[in-house]
Every structure is written in structure tokens, then in C-alpha cells.
Ligand binder design. Sequence first.
Ligand code: UT7
Length: 334
Amino acid sequence: MIHGKARNVIITGTGHAVPTRVLSNFDLEKMVDTSDEWIRTRTGILRRRVADEHTATSDLAAEAGRLALKDAGVSPEELDLIIVATITPDMLFPSTSCLVQKNLEAWGAACYDLSAGCSGLIYGLDMAVHSIASGAYQRALVIGADCISKVLNFQDRSTCVLFGDGAGACLLEAADQAGVLASRLGADGRGWDKLLLRGGGSRHPASPATLAAGWHYIEMCGNDVFKFAVRIMVEASLQVLADAGLQPEDIDLFIPHQANIRIIESAAQRLNLTEDQVYVNLDEYGNTSAASIGIALDEAVRSGRIKGGDRVLLVGFGAGLTWGAMIIEWVEKA
Ligand code: UT7
């Protein structure tokens, strides 16, 4: 049972959704001054999925959420909380979670979005765990979803090759069994300008000038984020392992945020994890931001890579700067 938690909470369903359109490294070679070789060796990414002009974040989020509900055997009316973690909401307001609620017809659910960049799913899971553990809520749907392609400058090779679109969802419920063993969140707002979308908010409202400056696109200090990521993935993992009284060798599957294979390998090495303890799918999807850990978790469960009793360590980092880590003892569905 985690600190301050009165009831145990387990994940009873998972789901994910990605757009059908595939954008390969070779496609990008035709659009910007890059190469498959550079992208592959510097990031580990081979291809990513990109939403079409009719698809927005709430569409992918609702689809992932619907699959998680189906997986859990829970109907939308039984939900009392929907949290969508995203940095690419359909619009500034209303929240994307309200649009998901409408799509799912989950009329009994309170809804809010949270912005924690690529740490978003873990932030959402942590909020849901505490909301359910307190007894205030019974069933929460947490969705990490982003359409980063919509805010990418496809003339900027330093960002456009990294990201893809998608959504990953988890259904959480109270339970007698172990479930979530430990969870830690953190942030350092001093790094606010390392990864950002400057325009369109109340600081720089959208205008012809913000458009001309390209402030509707993602900006990133890649090297700084890289160094931060390598350090924080290890620190956050060790913290949460200590909270749960576990060692790295007790972990059956490590699911890190899928940003760059070099970041993942470096963290895994420092944690003394073997290759078969680490889940990687960024070759297929690129960095799907708040969706990445949710997509990986769903794939790992559905492919049998996670079984009942397994201990799973999730760890993410992202814009803010933010980070989060969580250890789950997986409970097989009855
Ligand atoms: O979810 C959180 C989101 N962000 C991240 O996780 C990003 C973390 N950072 C990274 O993954 C890496 O820093 C990058 C993949 C973004 C960049 O890799 P790097 O090894 O740090 O490369 P670099 O930025 O130091 O650039 C090395 C060279 C530069 O050329 P010069 O100055 O050495 O001539 C870049 O201009 O590579 C060049 N470059 C590229 N070349 C071909 C940068 N992007 C590209 C590209 N294709 N797409």
C-alpha cells in the first residue's frame, strides 16, 4: 500500500490507439535535411504514426479509453472520473477530457486535463490512485494522448523527426490486492524553457506576429533535455524502488518513456537492468509524448510480456520540466 493510501488500487483495463498513417524516416528524408541513418542511430526511431487533418487528440484518446473500458468489462456509465494528460488539447478549452466524456457518453464522470508533458500519464495515474484510494472515486479512466505532429515544424529537423501521435489509456479501480505499490512525481519549473510551445496562451496570444515567429511550434533544447532525462530517469526509479522496498532486479518489466533509445539504454545500464527487463517500442511510434508509456503498457499486457504478479516500473520525464515513476504489482483479471 503506498504512502497515505487507504485502499489499494489496480489497473483493470488498458487500451491504446494510434493513427493509421505511417511516416517513415525515408519519408522525412524527402521533407527535411535528414537521413534514416541519422535518425536511427541517434534516436532508435524508424517510423511514427501521424494523424490526418480530421483527427484530433480527443479522437485518439476516446478510442484508447473505449478499449480500456472494454478490456476491464466496465461500461462508460460506471466511470466517475476521466483524466486526460495532454499538451496538445483539441483546443485551449473546454478540456479534452470533456470531449472524451461526450464521445464515450460517460455522463457520470468528472473530467479534467493535466499538462505534464511526457510525464503526463504517470501524473494522471498518480492523481487517480490517490482519488480512488481516498474513497472519493470508484473508477477512473486515465488517458495520455497527444497529436504532437499538429505542433511540429516539418522544416525543423531537430524536432520533427522525433515525435509521433497516439493515445494510451488505463482503467483504475479499488481492490483488495496489491496493485500500485509506490508512486513519485516531481517537477523543476526552472527548466520551463527547455521544451515549450510559446504562443497561443495568455503570455503571447496568437497573432500574426506569433505566427510569423513560429511560436505555434514546439521548441526544444535537445541536449539539455537529454542530460536531464538520463539523470532523472535513474533518480526517480531509485526513489520509487526504495519507497517500495525493492531492488532493480526485483523488476520484471521496466517501461520508460519512449523518447530516445540512447536515453533508455543509459538509464537501464545505470540501473543494472538486463535487455529483457526493458520494454522498447519507439522504433515503431517515435516519441508519442503523454501517450508513450500507456501505449507500451497496453502492448506489453496484450502480448503476454506482463503477467499476474509481475512488478512493473514506469518512469517518465517531460516538459515542465516534470518527471514521475510508479511501481505496479500486476493483478491478472479474474
Ligand atoms: O519527451 C521529451 C522530449 N525530448 C527528448 O527526449 C529529447 C532529448 N534529446 C535527444 O533525444 C537528442 O538530444 C536529440 C535526438 C534531439 C539530438 O541528438 P544529439 O545527439 O544530442 O544531437 P545534437 O543536437 O548534438 O546534434 C548533432 C548534429 C548537429 O550538427 P552539427 O552542429 O554537429 O553539425 C545537428 O545539426 O546533428 C545535427 N542534427 C541532425 N542531422 C540530421 C540534428 N537533428 C538532425 C537530423 N538529421 N534530424
